[in-house]
Design a protein around this ligand. Structure first.
Ligand code: COA
Ligand code: NAP
Length: 263
């Protein structure tokens, strides 16, 4: 995909929390391709080291749990020690599983809210004085569950809805110096998220049917949105949630029968 100039992010420093696999790793790789110095972070140190190797020789793979403020702050301090102040921070760590409320303990609900929502607070609160100001770009990875109530997803719906509001509040409070936006991916192929949320062929088919564009997205397509939001092309965009979802949020395309009313 040739969408941006190869040196678009030269001289920039990017940190991706939860960037050791899936969509967030795709974002980290694309930032590095476009010239940024990139650090990624997850809980598993071996996975983080492998991700850094995949990204490139200069990438940094760190280990911290976003639920632990001191730990994630420490990871971001390491990024600044190595590369200098950060220009781009992505908060994408998440946990998810399908469970009805009555099949979910208080700790199960808290765990997902803690990783997704409190983790995003910790990453963004912790990064502020480590940013290159003005002009820094923060991106939280949210999801359609923030808007659409989904059975078996009470924890993720609550957490991602909270993230959407946190994005807007931070955009208001940090307006002149830091842009704060979100990306809401639809179902993305070859990800842990979809392996968990659509584990069988019937569920996968229903996801296809519902989407206007009749396909799942690619990790690279989400990465292009992250590059756009972090680039000068988005200089006047803050507090927005960019849907990268093939039209998933518009409505349920499986309910339409377009043959009706045709001549
Ligand atoms: N159904 C119901 N409850 C579940 C569950 C499931 N499928 N999976 C975990 N839980 C519960 C656990 O039983 C535990 O509750 P309990 O203490 O009352 O028994 C609670 O959730 C926490 O589980 P634990 O395994 O201790 O959490 P963790 O912090 O080690 O892992 C998870 C977090 C559970 C979210 C784990 O799935 C994970 O690490 N996910 C990351 C990858 C991922 O989800 N990717 C997709 C992103 S969209
Ligand atoms: P993934 O591959 O499971 O990625 C999750 C990442 O977060 C991993 O790097 C994981 O590494 C890290 N992580 C998890 N818990 C953490 C914690 N407590 N502290 C620090 N890091 C942690 O997931 P994905 O499917 O690509 O999803 C990525 C993001 O996109 C998530 O925010 C998800 O909600 C969102 N999203 C995904 C889809 C989709 O189709 N997949 C759709 C909409 C939104 P460790 O396990 O080593 O910690």
């Amino acid at each position: 995909m040739q969408t941006f100039r190869d040196d678009l992010l030269a001289g920039k420093v990017a940190f991706v929390a939860g960037g050791t696999s899936g969509i967030n790793l795709g974002i980290a790789k694309r930032y590095a391709q476009l010239g940024a110095k990139v650090a990624v972070c997850g809980r598993n140190p071996e996975k983080a080291a492998n991700a850094a190797r995949e990204i490139g020789p200069d990438a940094l793979g760190l280990s911290a749990d976003v639920r632990d403020y001191a730990a994630i702050r420490g990871a971001m301090e390491q990024v600044v020690d190595r590369f200098g102040k950060m220009d781009i921070v992505v908060s994408g760590a998440a946990g998810n599983f399908l469970a009805p409320v009555l099949g979910m303990s208080a700790n199960a609900f808290r765990t997902v809210v803690d990783i997704d929502l409190n983790g995003t607070f910790n990453v963004f609160r912790g990064c502020h004085d480590l940013l290159n100001l003005p002009g820094a770009s923060l991106i939280a990875i949210t999801a359609g569950q923030a808007i659409n109530a989904s059975a078996l997803q009470a924890h993720a719906c609550a957490a991602k809805a909270g993230i959407n509001q946190l994005i807007r509040v931070l955009a208001l409070e940090w307006g002149p110096h830091v842009r704060v936006n979100g990306i809401s991916p639809g179902p993305i192929a070859n990800t842990e998220g979809m392996a968990r949320l659509a584990p069988d062929s019937a569920t996968r088919q229903s996801h296809f049917d519902r989407i206007a564009m009749k396909r799942w997205g690619e990790i690279e397509e989400v990465a292009e949105c992250a590059v756009f939001l972090s680039s000068p092309a988005a200089a006047y965009i803050t507090g927005t949630i960019l849907d990268c979802d093939g039209g998933s949020q518009i409505g349920d395309a499986s309910r339409m029968d377009l043959s009706k009313g045709m001549a």
